[in-house]
Design a protein around this ligand. Structure first.
Ligand code: BGC
Length: 328
C-alpha cells in the first residue's frame, strides 16, 4: 500500500471512531435523562395506600354492601381497598387472612373481630408492627385497635326485643335463631333481646339455635325447633339471612301462623315484609360502615385524632315503611 492510501485509511478510521464515540456519548446521556425522569416520577407520585378489608363471608350480601361503601370511599380518597374473606364463614380462615395481611405489611387493616379472645392478640400484633387496625361490624374492645365502626349490637338486640313486644299480642313462646355461637355481635344481640323480653311476662324464649350465618342452616334449625316446640308462634333471627331461612321452614311445615322478625335489609327480607310474610326487621347500615372505616383510616394516616367508637344507626322496618331496593 502506498503512503497516500495509508493516510486515507487512517483518516477514514479516525472519522469512523469519532462517529461511534459521538453516538455512544449521546445514547449514554439519553439513558441518564430517562433514569432521572423515572426517579423524579416515583418521587412526585407517592404509592396509593393499600388497605385490606376482611369480611366474615366473601359473598354474603350484607358484606358486599360493606365492600361497596369501602370502595366508594377508596375512590373518593385515592386509596386501594382489597376486599377479602372466607368463601364460607370460618374463624380459622378469617384469622389466617388477618395474619397474611399483617405479614404483607399493608397500610391499614379493617377487620370484623368475630371473637375477642382470638382476634385481640392478632390485632395487637398488627399494631405492634405499626399497621393500624379498625374493627368493623363486631368489635374487639379489649384490643389496641384504633376504632370500631358498626352497630351497637346490644342496643340492636334490645330494639329487636321492643319490635317484637310492641307488635305481638297475648301470651307467646319465642324461638330464636342466632348467626353464630362464637360471634360476639350475635351474643350481644341475643343478650339485648333477652333483656327486653324478660320485662314482658307474657313472652317466653323457649329455644335458641345457630344458623352459622347460612340461610339453609337457618331453615334446618328453625324446622327442627318448630317440630320440637310446636307451641312456638314467634320466631326471630339475628343475622342477615336468618329470617329468610325461618320463612323457608314455616313454608315447609305449612305454619303460616308464625310471626317472623329478622335482621338487616337483604332484598328477600324486604319483599317478604311487603307481602306480609315477615313482620319486621332491624336494619343496620353496612354501606356507611364500609365508607366510614376507610375515611377514618385516612384521617389516621393524615395524623388526625379519631374517636374510638363510631356507632352507625339502626332502625325498624315493617310493612308501614318498607322500601324495596329498586324503588330507592
Ligand atoms: C351481621 C354480620 C353477619 C351477617 C351474616 C349481619 O347481621 O352483622 O356479622 O356476618 O349478618 O349474614
Amino acid at each position: 500500500m502506498t503512503d497516500k492510501k495509508w493516510t486515507m485509511s487512517l483518516i477514514i478510521l479516525f472519522f469512523l471512531f469519532l462517529y461511534v464515540l459521538f453516538h455512544f456519548i449521546a445514547s449514554t446521556q439519553k439513558l441518564e435523562k430517562t433514569v432521572e425522569q423515572l426517579q423524579q416520577a416515583s418521587h412526585s407520585a407517592p404509592q396509593m395506600p393499600h388497605f385490606v378489608l376482611i369480611s366474615q363471608e366473601f359473598d354474603n350480601p350484607y358484606w358486599r354492601k360493606i365492600e361497596q361503601g369501602a370502595k366508594a370511599a377508596a375512590n373518593q380518597y385515592g386509596v386501594n381497598v382489597e376486599y377479602i374473606g372466607p368463601l364460607r364463614t370460618s374463624m380459622d380462615e378469617q384469622m389466617k387472612l388477618l395474619e397474611k395481611a399483617i405479614a404483607s405489611r399493608v397500610d391499614g387493616i379493617i377487620v370484623q373481630s368475630l371473637n375477642d379472645k382470638y382476634f385481640t392478640p392478632l390485632i395487637d400484633k398488627a399494631i405492634s408492627r405499626n399497621i393500624p387496625v379498625i374493627t368493623i361490624d363486631t368489635d374487639a374492645p379489649m384490643s389496641r385497635r384504633l376504632a370500631y365502626v358498626g352497630t351497637n349490637n346490644f342496643e340492636a338486640g334490645q330494639l329487636l326485643g321492643k319490635a317484637v313486644a310492641s307488635r305481638v299480642k297475648g301470651k307467646k313462646k319465642i324461638g330464636v335463631i342466632i348467626g353464630s355461637d362464637t360471634a360476639e355481635n350475635q351474643q350481644l344481640r341475643l343478650k339485648g333481646f333477652q333483656s327486653v323480653i324478660a320485662q314482658h311476662p307474657h313472652l317466653t324464649i323457649v329455644a335458641v339455635s345457630s344458623s352459622n350465618i347460612s340461610r339453609i342452616q337457618a331453615s334446618i334449625q328453625a324446622e327442627r325447633m318448630l317440630r320440637a316446640h310446636p307451641d312456638i308462634s314467634v320466631m326471630v333471627g339475628t343475622s342477615a339471612l336468618d329470617a329468610i331461612g325461618i320463612l323457608m321452614a314455616t313454608k315447609n311445615l305449612q305454619r303460616d301462623d308464625i310471626e317472623i322478625f329478622g335482621f338487616d335489609d337483604v332484598e328477600e327480607t324486604l319483599q317478604a315484609i311487603q307481602h306480609g310474610k315477615i313482620v319486621a326487621t332491624v336494619i343496620q347500615k353496612p354501606y356507611d360502615m364500609g365508607f366510614s372505616a376507610v375515611k377514618l383510616m385516612m384521617d389516621h394516616l393524615s395524623a388526625r385524632e379519631i374517636e374510638k367508637e363510631h356507632f352507625t344507626s339502626i332502625e325498624v322496618i315493617d310493612k308501614t315503611n318498607v322500601q324495596l331496593e329498586e324503588a330507592k
